[in-house]
Design a binder for this molecule. Structure first.
Ligand SMILES: [Zn+2]
Length: 455
């Protein structure tokens, strides 16, 4: 392990560290738990993978190790290829990439059934606990239109359901439920990023949007919709959608705009959109953090060495994408202030790596504003977990750090960047040994797994 306290470390390490080494029973003394009480430290006992005791043990004096729930990635595509050579990592590697970075819960936003069997087999055989996952099956999108444009989603290497009638949607929902999907992902955007940028996809009609929102609500299924622009988001909201897979990217919303979106929640996805506009220098900085070489395909590093100018210049979208990212960030931060931001990445898009990019997202949202850190970490953990529970049908509304709950958490050193790896990640009571995880990933890569062959 890297330094710092954690249940896998031997004997008493004092404040913030463990005082027992029994693998089924862990004790943390004097850790801060800001999501319970900012001014107090706690003693925490874990037995058989469950918190058995979380009790105040004094006042916080500063500098204590902080305990937070594991991170929840709220916009992932586990089966899509994140690598620049368009290869997808083996799902057994993806699972380990997540827990390595302290991401213990993953919301897959379409495509997971492609790798569901390999994931389940890997989980069965793994000594390292996998993250919990909830998924929607395959997305629904528009039919091909008269101009020959397909609905958004068709361009990815995962199937989508094209819908025009209520029966189409009923069929899609039934198929997804049969595949283990628990929520509905609706693709709506025509691909416009900024005013006057080109239309790329066909779009669902108002009638389809209305019956999709209505039928999902009738079934008690949470529906997430993929929009880019303010106008698309407005239409979707009017038709009944309240949960948006991205923040608005063609404009920074003002107070009057926000009044139209009472009760709406938005997912941030900066990390998934930024690689297109990054310079060589930015790539080398982005790939230089701890954990990249240990978990990702290092051919991406070699690739980054060769980048001279951003792809956005070549593809004619450098300015629009740069502006879109700035709008998305400002809009995401407005929802953060309201407690309505869910933190995701769109990992599985090119250059948006499973696990690693979640920590990048936190830094991108923070920018230069240190005052956002506590709220960002709160939304990335407590906020994300409540969303995960909602999507998985868990209605108990329990705080994830309470007696009787599964002991899945991260320990963080105060004062480190949000993108820093946790001091320790524990999943269902099992401490993650990062060095062992890195060796397992290396072993899986060396075994010459051919993800394309397997998928
Ligand atoms: Zn996505």
């Amino acid at each position: 392990m890297r330094g710092g306290p954690g249940p896998d470390r031997p004997a008493d390490e004092g404040r913030g560290g463990p005082v027992t080494a029994d693998p089924r029973r862990q004790h943390l003394h004097g850790v801060a738990i800001p999501s319970l009480d900012a001014g107090t430290v706690f003693d925490v006992t874990v037995e058989d993978g469950v918190f058995s005791r979380i009790e105040p043990s004094g006042g916080r004096s500063g500098g204590e190790t902080e305990l937070w729930p594991g991170y929840t990635e709220t916009h992932a595509h586990v089966s899509l290829p994140a690598n620049w050579d368009d290869t997808a990592d083996d799902p057994r590697i993806v699972a380990l990439q997540y827990v390595y970075h302290g991401v213990t819960h993953v919301v897959d936003m379409f495509g997971f059934p492609l790798v569901a069997d390999a994931w389940a087999a890997g989980r069965e055989a793994s000594t390292v606990p996998y993250p919990e996952i909830v998924h929607c099956g395959y997305a629904v999108t528009a039919m091909t239109n008269a101009a020959g444009l397909t609905g958004h989603g068709v361009e990815f290497p995962a199937p989508v359901h094209m819908i025009a009638t209520e029966t189409d949607l009923e069929h899609a929902i039934r198929s997804n439920v049969e595949r283990g999907g628990t929520f509905l992902k609706v693709m709506f955007t025509d691909g416009t990023e900024q005013p006057d940028s080109p239309v790329k996809f066909s779009r669902l009609s108002r009638r389809v949007l209305e019956f999709s929102a209505r039928i999902a609500a009738e079934r008690g299924i949470t529906a997430v919709i993929d929009c880019n622009t303010l106008q698309e988001t407005r239409w979707a909201y009017e038709c009944g959608f309240r949960l948006f897979a991205h923040s608005v990217r063609d404009r920074t919303l003002d107070a009057a705009d926000w009044k139209e979106f009472e009760g709406a929640r938005f997912v941030s996805t900066l990390a998934g959109l930024r690689p297109m506009i990054m310079t060589g220098e930015e790539f080398r900085a982005e790939y230089g953090r701890e954990g990249f070489a240990e978990t990702q395909d290092i051919r991406n590093l070699e690739f980054a060495q060769g980048i001279e100018k951003p792809y956005g210049i070549e593809f004619g979208c450098q300015e629009t994408r740069t502006a879109a990212l700035a709008d998305m960030r400002r809009n995401a931060l407005a929802t953060l202030r309201e407690g309505k931001l869910l933190i995701g990445t769109d990992s599985g898009n090119t250059g948006a790596y499973h696990g690693y990019s979640f920590l990048s997202e936190l830094d991108l949202l923070r920018g230069d504003d240190a005052s956002l850190e506590e709220r960002l970490r709160h939304q990335a953990t407590i906020g994300g977990r409540r969303y995960f529970d909602e999507l998985s049908g868990d209605t108990r509304d329990a705080h994830p750090l309470s007696a009787g709950e599964t002991a899945t958490y991260n320990l963080h050193a105060p004062g480190r960047p949000l993108s820093a790896l946790p001091l320790q990640t524990v999943v269902r009571g099992v401490p993650i040994d990062r060095q062992a995880v890195a060796r397992t990933i290396a072993g899986l890569r060396a075994a010459g797994t051919d993800p394309e062959g397997e998928l």
